[in-house]
Design a protein around this ligand. Structure first.
Ligand SMILES: C[S@@+](CC[C@H](N)C(=O)[O-])C[C@H]1O[C@@H](n2cnc3c(N)ncnc32)[C@H](O)[C@@H]1O
Length: 261
């Protein structure tokens, strides 16, 4: 298991330590194969399962799930070639081209700090310009049908497909916390007939700044806790709530007199 290195936020950078329960570092989506076999078995019409077919279905299912986020649709436009899904010119090359050419390769320029109030956090060690694409959400592909209790806090669903769960395996993007004043935006996109979840920078970001995106109200409602981001000075709130009005500073007698004039 490759471990993410982290730096203690209170330290001077030399205080390097390992995250208590680190996930595996991966660059491609992974699967819990057995889980998908169970899922497939549950959805397979009983009457059609014959002994000879059983093996075939099993192999097919895993392959199908491995391709779960590759889709067949003529309605979606590829972010790289701008062609629609039914165009044969849109191929898997679009994915490799886009990730090689249009991604700011910041993977080695992200420092994982913490734990702080929100756990670990991702900070850039290089300046990043507005509109740059900085990463893809990577994790284990899991069935959408899993119950709420089986879904982790690193669960990101792709509607109609599957969910990406980065609890046990993932890349640096799993460490991005939520903010109501985010500097990164999350996009569900398609690249070379593949569903992807990408992150794009919303404004120029300076060295050392934390990278954050908005998880959305539904995330916090489901997770059963409130957002405690810096935009609200760490006060518990739900995304969309207005920041509580700050208490007026104590007025001095002098000021009151001046105003009274
Ligand atoms: C995708 S993880 C982000 C990385 C996480 N901080 C860690 O240490 O692994 C999401 C979890 O981080 C914490 N978190 C992130 N942003 C938060 C926020 N704005 N308010 C409260 N908790 C937050 C919550 O525990 C949440 O379940």
């Amino acid at each position: 298991m490759t471990r993410f290195l982290a730096f203690n936020a209170d330290g001077d950078g030399e205080n390097q330590h390992r995250i208590p329960e680190p996930p595996s570092k991966i660059t491609r989506h992974a699967l819990r194969k057995q889980e998908w076999e169970t899922e497939a078995a549950a959805n397979r019409p009983a009457s059609r399962v014959t002994k000879s077919k059983k093996k075939k279905v099993k192999r097919k299912t895993v392959t199908k799930v491995l391709d779960a986020i590759k889709y067949e649709s003529d309605e979606l436009q590829c972010l790289a070639c701008l062609l629609y899904g039914d165009d044969p010119a849109c191929t898997s090359k679009c994915y490799t081209d886009f990730t090689r050419q249009s991604f700011r390769p910041i993977t080695n320029s992200v420092q994982i700090r913490g734990p702080g109030d929100l756990g670990y956090s991702a900070h850039t060690t290089v300046p990043i310009e507005k509109h740059e694409w900085i990463g893809e959400y990577i994790g284990e592909l899991r069935p959408l049908s899993l119950s709420d209790t089986q879904q982790s806090h690193y669960w990101l669903p792709i509607p109609g497909q599957c969910a990406i769960d980065a609890e046990r395996k993932g890349n640096w993007t799993r460490f991005m916390n939520s903010s109501c004043k985010p500097n990164v935006k999350v996009w569900g996109e398609t690249l070379g007939k593949r569903h992807v979840v990408l992150f794009q920078v919303l404004k120029n970001i300076a060295v050392g700044e934390e990278l954050t995106f908005q998880y959305g109200k539904a995330y916090f409602e489901k997770a059963g806790f409130e957002c405690r981001c810096d935009a609200h000075d760490g006060e518990p709130h739900m995304p969309g709530d207005k920041p509580a009005a700050k208490k007026p500073a104590k007025t001095t007698g002098k000021k009151v007199l001046k105003n009274a004039k």
